[in-house]
Design a protein around this ligand. Structure first.
Ligand code: SF4
Length: 363
């Protein structure tokens, strides 16, 4: 059956608010039609450059303007990344996702190093994903040529609520980056966070934005906010597990072929809660004891949960063939040194300003 790309907020809200048993049954049925329900893809997230980010994302401990006791680090070396990737492969991961706390990618030595990291991990026969902020089409092409499998760029929330979370860049830039990735053969990973104080309409709005993309993202991470001390969202109450289950099930129904990834917030979830998310259609997790900068269950705990639930880790390149990796010397795409005009709305977000004020050293 052809995928539906004209979802409306009303239709999605109706699904989200179905009686739970009906919602679960529908999601689990669709899940079985499109995926093996006992296979879960395992990704390892590696923070290759931590902290010091100039953006003001209200949920993020890596934003330099908030005081969060985060230990930052400069860009890791290719060898460090290779060692971590080998460890991740050993522990059952088929994908390494490298995250750098940048607003956008800039051509130059650091990006060249990231391209080398992509080539290195591709040669380990693992899927490589990057999340590096906004990128141009040329940068997306260079990543594709290096052998990148996926690019992550989250929409975070609905377009309306986005204005309450971030003031340093616009929603349209997020969509533009996804569009730039789509011009290559790199797959798209894009999702969001629930529990930031948004309404159910906003959750549905985010799913409309993702599900109406054509093609739909190959993977959609659903995060539950991890409220970190010092960030503007430090006081947010954790969301009930039922919200997470409903969000996962709804995502599965509106994007049947997508890999739905349980991401941040798993430490706050019981095994029973996670099992219900897998039943509702989640078929990917992030493994490792840290998710960029917030805690995550350790690998052994996850493998024990897999054993208990009879789940198997997905092998690399089961969904799509391994991309070819071209050496830098043979590259068709050269750096253009572009200076794209990414937006900077600059409106005032009260809670972001308050957190910033608190972080400022007293004179
Ligand atoms: S979410 Fe990304 S862009 Fe936003 S502050 Fe954190 S590291 Fe920077």
């Amino acid at each position: 059956m052809a995928l539906k790309h004209d979802w409306t907020k009303e239709e999605i809200l109706e699904i989200y608010n179905k009686p739970l048993m009906e919602l679960l049954y529908e999601a689990a049925t669709i899940h079985r039609e499109h995926h093996d329900p006992n296979t879960v893809q395992v990704s390892t997230l590696l923070s290759i450059k931590t902290g010091g980010c100039p953006e003001d994302c209200g949920y993020c401990p890596q934003a330099a303007r908030y005081h969060t006791n985060l230990e930052g680090n400069d860009l890791m070396s290719v060898n460090q990344v290779k060692a971590q990737a080998l460890r991740a492969r050993e522990a059952g991961s088929s994908r390494v996702c490298m995250g750098a706390a940048w607003r956008n990618v800039k051509d130059g030595e650091e990006f060249d190093n990231v391209l080398e990291m992509v080539r290195t991990i591709n040669k380990l026969d693992m899927e490589v994903c990057c999340t590096l902020g906004m990128i141009t089409e040329n940068q997306a092409q260079r990543l594709a040529e290096a052998g990148l499998y996926a690019y992550n760029h989250n929409l975070d929330t609905s377009e309306e609520y986005y204005k309450e979370v971030i003031s340093t860049r616009g929603y349209e830039d997020r969509l533009k980056t996804i569009d730039n990735v789509r011009k290559t053969n790199v797959t798209v990973c894009s999702g969001g966070i629930i529990g930031m104080g948004e309404s159910e309409e906003d959750r549905a709005g985010m799913l409309v934005a993702l599900a109406t993309l054509n093609p739909q993202p190959e993977s959609v991470p659903i995060n539950a906010l991890v409220a970190v001390e010092g960030t503007p969202m430090a006081e947010q109450e954790p969301i009930p597990i039922w919200d997470m289950i409903r969000m996962v099930a709804t995502t599965r129904i509106v994007m049947p072929e997508t890999q739905v990834r349980l991401s941040a917030g798993r430490t706050q979830m019981s095994r029973e809660g996670q099992a219900m998310c897998f039943f509702a259609g989640a078929n990917s997790i992030f493994a490792g004891d840290k998710l960029l900068t917030t805690p995550n269950p350790d690998v052994n705990e996850d493998m024990e949960m897999f054993r208990l639930l009879g789940l198997n880790p997905q092998k690399a390149f089961e969904k799509k063939a391994q991309p070819e990796s071209i050496e830098a010397a043979n590259s068709k795409y050269q750096p253009k040194g572009e200076k794209p005009k990414w937006s900077r709305p600059g409106h005032q977000i009260e809670r972001n300003l308050k957190a910033q004020e608190k972080a400022r050293p007293k004179a």
